[in-house]
Design a binder for this molecule. Structure first.
Ligand code: PLP
Length: 395
């Protein structure tokens, strides 16, 4: 039996390889940070981590984790409602609600789980979910697990959203769902206009702040801060795996009754292990840092502005962005791969994306900025882009 299945898989794997879509993993032998060491011995500048605030290797967070390791041990060996809830888990939930200006928070092992477990307990076939076409895979999967009617609107297209909202008047309750920042272009969801439409068409709003929390808004509170809508949307989901230290964990934060119902019914919460207390402790420390200073957010904003300015001046086409994601457009798939590998040879680690990850003819290199990049890191990256751009006739 297995030999037939094996041949079937080998055939499919080959197709993936031939299409040039086979994902190989680079192996890092140092801590995550702006400078990393690969197992080949090469030291490179890292411009492809979601380490927006540079906290992945923060001494303060390591210390908080270390001290919780002593007081609370390593693992919980339980889901939350049996014996997996510590003072640290409750403290982190409160800190997240404080950060976003929401009523309560429920933690998950990942934002993938938060999104996977948010719709099914709240909505049924009488209801409607109206989802941006470029929403994260975990939202798409979460919607699939729920019986509500599905509507989809073109990315950040408010006319299309309005059309879908009109159709969704047939249902009992409606929720509009959007990423805060879309990961391929770095554009933000037009939350001000989404909220207007939500009001006009009697819908609730959910924002996934995974790429925007810590980044967007003057103090990094996300798109709800950017549009002056703190505490207004019903549901926010997010991750501890990007700006917030980058270890593991996700959350849903928002209206009290919604969080209460998720604690009763959300399957990835009820049937999956509690996050390690040391992760919760480091999270609490992280949110304390966020509330006492804005230095990291300011440095990130400065770095993003500087890098994008230098790259535009050099003649590169950058997609309009309001985040720490900078898409350097090359339009050609092969060129994007060649460009990225030449950059790596020069010690700059970035990823080239092409169809089907982005639309056909929109191949690009995605650069992710971090508060931990120094001016000299940024200059080295820009120089490498310029020399490679000249070699390959891009600029
Ligand atoms: C990264 C990401 C997730 C997944 O977060 P994890 O905590 O890594 O599971 C979910 N939604 C969006 C928009 C993301 O960017």
């Amino acid at each position: 039996m297995y030999s037939d299945f094996q041949n079937h898989l080998l055939g499919q794997l080959n197709e993936i390889r031939e299409a040039g879509l086979y994902k190989n993993e680079r192996i890092i032998v140092s801590a995550q940070g702006p400078e990393i060491t690969l197992n080949t011995g090469q030291k490179v500048l890292n411009f492809c981590a979601n380490n927006y605030l540079g906290l992945s290797n923060s001494p303060e967070l390591i210390e908080a984790a270390r001290s919780a390791l002593k007081t609370h041990g390593y693992g919980m060996s339980s889901v939350r409602f049996i014996c997996g809830t510590t003072d640290l888990h409750k403290g982190l939930e409160k800190a997240i609600a404080g950060f976003f200006g929401t009523e309560d928070t429920i933690l998950y092992a990942a934002c993938f789980d938060a999104n996977g477990g948010v719709f099914e307990p709240l909505l049924s076939e009488e209801d409607a979910i109206i989802s941006d076409a470029l929403n994260h895979a975990s939202i798409i999967d979460g919607v699939r697990l729920c019986k509500a009617q599905r509507y989809r609107y073109r990315n950040a297209d408010m006319e299309d959203l309005e059309e879908q909202l009109k159709l969704a008047q047939a249902q009992r309750f409606r929720i509009i769902v959007t990423d805060g920042v879309f990961s391929m272009d770095g554009n933000v969801a037009p939350l001000d206009r989404i909220m207007e439409l939500a009001e006009r068409y009697n819908a609730m709003v959910m924002v996934d702040e995974s790429h925007s929390a810590g980044v967007v808004g003057q103090t990094g509170r996300g798109v709800t801060e950017l549009f002056n809508l703190r505490g207004k949307v019903e549901i926010i989901t997010g991750t501890l795996g990007k700006s917030f230290g980058g270890a593991i964990g996700g959350f849903t934060t928002g209206k009290q009754e919604i969080i209460d119902m998720l604690r009763q019914r959300s399957r990835p919460y009820l049937f999956s292990n509690s996050i390690p207390p040391l992760v919760a402790a480091a999270g609490i420390r992280m949110f304390e840092m966020m509330s006492s200073t804005n230095t990291l957010q300011e440095r990130l904003h400065e770095n993003s502005e500087y890098f994008i300015g230098q790259m535009s001046r050099a003649g590169f086409t950058i997609k309009p962005t309001r985040s720490a994601i900078c898409a350097v457009m090359l339009y050609d798939a092969k060129l994007s791969q060649e460009f990225a590998s030449r950059l790596l040879e020069k010690g700059i680690y970035v990823i080239g994306f092409y169809y089907p990850v982005v639309p056909k003819g929109e191949a690009r290199i995605r650069v992710q900025l971090s508060a931990s990049h120094t001016r000299s890191h940024l200059d080295r990256a820009v120089e490498a882009f310029i020399s490679t751009g000249k070699e390959l006739g891009v600029i």
